[in-house]
Write a protein that binds this ligand. Structure first.
Ligand code: NAP
Ligand code: ZN
Ligand code: ZN
Length: 362
């Protein structure tokens, strides 16, 4: 039974190694009146995809398709949709696919913090259907969480902005990032490298922090003003006391991150925000003595409006995430996840060639 009743995707199978995903078919979510059906043409590979398939966060269902940096073409528009999407439009979907749209948090543009949050994969919709992600032929999503992709952004470069880019853009904007503001970015992976690009585009002074020195040249090419290899100089923080206004922690694990040292780099009144979601066993550890007049916070994704704003910024400033493309399929997904696990990516994979794998557009 093909689309629209069934979608196809590359899934991790419960009980099997996550490095050996399989091409599967699965029932599509029941159509809601405001749902948009999208035929997928590109999907970024986020650190959260790896945490999920590796079981760092929660149990997996029997078969799970991950991926939540989705770009594709609209192929159907629900009868009750009223935000103007048309068949053929190129659109994007990030890591959130539903919220209640009625609560105070939703009204204030804080949809990612709604009690009715449904993520793009491995979360139950109100009817019990478990969401499936974007390493797939299609996705069916409420129009509120669908955004237009500006004409000038190629799909493979737009994709990583939809989760990773948004996740760093929202706390930077909410934290007042702009000219005259000094920002530290911790962990130069997919999120971290986009944080450098975005903070620079907003006019900030940027210090990039990575554990080793192998990413120094890249960080400077991305626009960072300074680079610190934290694992190579034990007392690196002595030189940075009170230098920064915002520190954004973008690492995928906190095991190699000494938060006390980063707190020392902040001016009084400065803020350290972690977007890291590590293995569920890890804790955010800091000494109560180190906390001297700073604010410690967290941020999750961003709102659909912030995503539209980011995409406009990316188009206007010609922001280009550093992307390596791989063809979607069992081999391509395995390679993307395996290499990401080893830190062997500069700096984001985007899966492409969906038409070849799924025979779309027929
Ligand atoms: P990624 O591309 O794998 O990058 C992670 C970076 O973390 C690495 O490049 C590395 O940077 C650093 N790192 C890796 N292992 C580390 C360790 N043991 N100790 C310290 N640093 C380590 O992953 P990503 O896609 O950027 O995602 C980063 C994190 O953000 C993940 O935990 C992901 O789940 C989370 N995330 C959160 C949200 C949210 O809404 N809050 C949204 C998306 C993703 P260096 O080599 O430069 O040190
Ligand atoms: Zn993500
Ligand atoms: Zn809500």
């Amino acid at each position: 039974m093909p689309y629209p009743e069934e979608f196809e995707g590359i899934a991790v199978i419960q009980g099997q190694p996550w490095s050996e995903p399989r091409h599967v078919s699965y029932p599509a979510k029941a159509v809601g009146p405001r749902d948009i059906d999208i035929e997928i043409e590109a999907c970024g590979v986020c650190g959260s995809d790896l945490h999920t398939v590796a079981g760092h966060w929660r149990e997996l269902p029997p078969a799970l398709v991950v991926g939540h940096e989705i770009v594709g073409r609209v192929v159907a528009v629900g009868s009750g949709a009223d935000t103007g999407f048309k068949v053929g439009d190129r659109v994007g979907v990030g890591a959130q696919v539903l919220s209640c749209l009625e609560c105070e948090r939703c009204d204030e543009g804080n949809e990612p913090y709604c009690e009715g949050f449904v993520s793009a994969y491995n979360r139950a919709y109100p009817d019990g259907y478990v969401s499936q992600g974007g390493y797939a032929s299609h996705v069916r999503v409420h129009e509120h969480f669908v955004v237009p992709i500006p004409e000038s952004l190629p799909s493979e470069l737009a994709a990583p902005l939809l989760c990773g880019g948004l996740t760093v853009y929202a706390p930077l904007i909410r934290g007042g990032c702009g000219p005259g503001v000094r920002v530290g970015i911790v962990g130069l992976g997919g999120l971290g490298h986009m944080a450098v690009l975005i903070a620079k585009a907003l006019g900030a002074y940027v210090v990039a922090f990575s554990r080793g020195s192998s990413k120094r040249a890249d960080a400077l090419e991305l626009g960072a003003d300074e680079y610190v290899a934290t694992a190579e100089e034990a007392a690196w923080d002595d030189k940075y006391v009170s230098k920064l206004d915002i520190v954004l922690v973008c690492a995928s694990s906190l095991q190699g991150v000494n938060l006390d040292q980063y707190i020392r780099t902040l001016r009084v009144g400065g803020t350290i925000i972690s977007v890291c979601i590590p293995d569920k066993s890890e804790k955010l550890e800091m000494s109560a003595f180190a906390l001297r007049g700073v604010t410690v916070g967290n941020s999750q994704l961003g709102s659909p409006q912030e995503l539209r704003d980011l995409l406009e910024l990316a188009a206007a400033k010609e922001l280009k995430p550093w992307v390596e493309t791989l063809p979607v399929g069992e081999a391509g997904v395995s390679e993307a996840l395996t290499r990401m696990d080893k830190g062997d990516v500069r700096y984001r994979f985007t899966l492409t060639e969906f038409d070849k794998e799924f025979g779309l557009g027929k």
